[in-house]
Design a binder for this molecule. Structure first.
Ligand code: AMP
Ligand code: MG
Length: 336
């Protein structure tokens, strides 16, 4: 193919357009994220936001790369999982571009896209993926032509948990980065911290995880007079070590020696450090892509679309409906 692949990401709070060049090399996205003044994300309001900003964002992306729309030879979009109204906006834009230009349409799996952009950026081959985002928390590994979910959250995603906890303290979305900062500040003032009085329930359930109880208990610590910084630190330590424990067990069971982080929470430096330490102890390596490819981005959708297209998969209009509940292991993986 001598043309570029456009990727459209719209699973939740972010609308993002990204590109891969004719050889499949990723180029940074143009994104815009809805941030409500108060409360959580309302799916329909987020969808309205996506509709409003779409044409300006796409124009900006093309301009930034000195391309015109006719340089695009295929268009990929997030088909799921995600919020229905948001997914529908991305799918509608993709169908429009595909039919207008007469180019292939490829509906892709958002979770698989996080893995493939991570592999591309970090150069790892066959990792266990610790996918920690707002709505998803999964430990994934490739076995027999699928990315299999070996463990996952039984209730809310770790990012949503951090955001919800932050919101109870008046911290606007996204709360995760603020919690990270507060925890680091507290640690700098308390260089030899003790967990005494700051214990929280442990989120591990076999190979799965559960975060809502941890969040409630963290709020109780605040009610009992503990400082916000101390509780943020404890919350991170507990929630992240639970994720790292499940990831470590997945590495042990599958015999894989690479760990790859993905999803917005993978921006967190403490989580990255914990993963590095665990991997070192196992004589393995932990990888984390650059921040712009951890958070939701159109480039990862373009990258996966490129791979799918190279392997002969395109999406007909009849098959192009979104699937809010698309599972990571529903998507066949045919590339190396
Ligand atoms: P995603 O759903 O993959 O786009 O990621 C968004 C989530 O990542 C939100 O829940 C954010 O609070 C979370 N997040 C982003 N940066 C950080 C960070 N530095 N530490 C913890 N969570 C973060
Ligand atoms: Mg995501």
């Amino acid at each position: 193919m001598d043309k570029w692949t456009l990727g459209i990401e719209s699973t939740a709070h972010t609308l993002s357009f990204g590109l891969t060049d004719p050889s499949g090399t990723p180029f940074p996205s143009c994104s815009d994220t809805v941030s409500p003044d108060e409360g959580g994300i309302h799916p329909r309001e987020a969808a309205d936001h996506h509709k409003e900003v779409a044409s300006v964002l796409l124009g900006k992306l093309l301009l930034q790369n000195e391309l015109s729309i006719t340089d695009i030879g295929a268009v990929a979009y997030s088909q799921g999982p995600g919020l229905g109204p948001c997914l529908r906006v991305g799918a509608a834009i993709a169908r429009g571009i595909s039919s207008r230009l007469g180019i292939p349409l490829i509906g892709v799996n958002h979770c698989v896209a996080h893995i493939e952009i991570g592999r591309d950026q970090c150069g790892c081959v066959d990792p266990v993926l610790l996918y920690v985002s707002g709505g998803n928390t999964q430990v994934i590994a490739r076995l027999e032509g699928r990315y299999r979910v070996l463990g996952e959250t039984l209730d809310i995603g770790i990012g949503n948990m951090l955001d919800k906890f932050a919101r109870t303290q008046g911290i606007p979305f996204p709360g995760g980065p603020v919690i990270e900062k507060l925890a680091a500040q507290w640690l700098a003032e308390n260089p030899n911290p003790s967990m005494d009085g700051l214990e929280l329930p442990y989120a591990v359930r076999g190979m799965d995880l559960a975060f809502s109880g941890v969040m409630t208990a963290a709020q109780r610590l605040l009610d009992s007079g503990k400082s916000l910084g101390a509780v943020c630190w404890s919350l991170q330590e507990h929630a992240f070590s639970a994720c790292v424990e499940v990831a470590e067990r997945a590495m042990a069971h599958t015999g894989k020696s690479e760990l790859l982080l993905g999803g917005g929470v993978a921006c967190n430096m403490r989580l990255r450090k914990m993963c590095e330490l665990m991997a070192e102890e196992r004589e393995s390596i932990s990888f984390a892509p650059p921040r712009m490819y951890c958070i939701d981005n159109g480039t990862m959708i373009a990258k996966l679309g490129f791979l799918e297209l190279q392997n002969g998969r395109i999406t007909t209009y009849a098959e192009s409906a979104i699937d809010q509940y698309l599972r990571t292991d529903q998507t066949p993986i045919s590339w190396a």
